[in-house]
Design a protein around this ligand. Structure first.
Ligand SMILES: Cc1cc2nc3c(=O)[nH]c(=O)nc-3n(C[C@H](O)[C@H](O)[C@H](O)COP(=O)(O)OP(=O)(O)OC[C@H]3O[C@@H](n4cnc5c(N)ncnc54)[C@H](O)[C@@H]3O)c2cc1C
Length: 307
């Protein structure tokens, strides 16, 4: 028993059982949900694009059987499929450990996804599980894709609405000397928000207004890269075309192996749009692959990963 507890305490991530404290509709497409729970004072506040899993109750059930502690994943996988709670990946928007509060911003996309549906109906007291970083873990938590190597002088952030909570959190934590551009495509003009950012970061909001996903993001990022990247070009790398229907698009440079090139690009959002940007940046422009994180956050027409 003592050994089990000691081992649990050393895991990077653990399952927190939480309930909704309040919800705020921050803009037409975003709902901020503030979670609270008795042990959220142990939730690590890492900032940047720290990702988590939100675990939803099965229909007609609460989440009491989710007391899985640090072994949550093994236990979840061992469940018969019909008893496996659905989970989706989200970004930590804010942590207030002293108040035992964590904020997550859900895009209300209205496409029948269980996470979006849950958020649209969320009320104070509703309970879910959150798999997140345990502050007691002595090492570096996983789950952060924004890892510019030392010596980075220029930053490019680009993404759609699902990447907006992460991009805004990254902007907030950048050094005040950071320089570069952030380009964010959102459904409506009202989804653009004032972002706290260093003076040297130019932030551009693009309102899609019903146009195709990525149709504004892709050309605007191309223009930004043309302005920013020229000194950092290495070689054009022919890339095998990823099959976004089969594989989640996910290529994050290992910070330990990263080659400092002076520029770091962070791209996240709908997989097809991110694949197109990857093709352009690495395959055509010649940005070094080791300085670019590409992350397919979701896939048009495909359900998110269950766990
Ligand atoms: C690391 C990471 C961090 C993320 N952070 C956030 C975050 O902070 N906030 C956030 O809202 N999302 C975030 N996402 C994206 C989120 O996980 C997906 O949008 C997820 O698919 C939503 O689940 P769902 O149950 O609502 O829909 P699903 O069951 O996954 O999908 C149902 C249908 O909805 C469509 N769909 C899914 N998402 C969208 C969307 N945004 N717009 C339009 N159609 C959609 C799918 O194509 C599918 O047709 C993140 C993803 C990753 C990988």
């Amino acid at each position: 028993m003592v050994r089990t507890q000691a081992r649990r305490a050393t895991r990077s991530y653990r399952l927190f059982t939480v309930e909704v404290r309040r919800t705020v509709r921050v803009s037409p497409s975003f709902l901020r949900v503030t979670f609270t729970g008795p042990d959220l004072d142990l939730f690590a506040d890492n900032g940047f694009d720290q990702r988590i899993k939100v675990v939803f109750p099965l229909p007609g059930q609460d989440i009491d059987h989710l007391e899985w502690g640090a072994d949550w994943h093994e236990r979840w996988r061992a469940l018969p499929e019909r008893e496996r709670n659905l989970m989706r990946t989200y970004t930590v928007r804010a942590v207030r450990r002293e108040l035992c509060e964590v904020d997550v911003e859900f895009v209300l996309h209205g496409d029948g996804g269980p996470a979006s549906r849950w958020a649209a109906a969320a009320r104070p007291g509703d309970r879910v599980g959150v798999v997140g970083p345990d502050a007691r873990y002595p090492g570096q938590h996983k789950g952060i894709g924004f890892t510019p190597p030392g010596g980075t002088r220029t930053i490019l952030l680009a993404g759609d609405e699902t990447a907006t909570p992460a991009a805004v959190s990254i902007l907030e934590r950048l050094s005040r000397h950071a320089r570069g551009e952030a380009v964010l495509e959102v459904p409506h003009a009202g989804d653009a928000r004032p972002a706290t950012a260093p003076a040297g970061m130019r932030v551009t909001w693009l309102a899609r207004r019903g146009a195709a996903h990525g149709s504004l993001l892709i050309p605007t990022v191309r223009d930004a890269v043309a302005r920013l990247a020229v000194p950092y070009l290495r070689r054009r790398t022919p890339l095998p075309e990823p099959d976004v229907d089969a594989d989640p698009l996910w290529e994050v440079p290992d910070p330990a192996a990263a080659v400092p090139t002076g520029m770091f690009a962070w791209l996240a959002g709908e997989s097809g749009a991110i694949a197109a940007l990857r093709r352009h940046l690495v395959g055509q422009v010649g940005l070094d692959r080791a300085s670019v994180a590409f992350m397919g956050y979701w896939r048009l027409g495909g359900a998110g990963r269950a766990g």
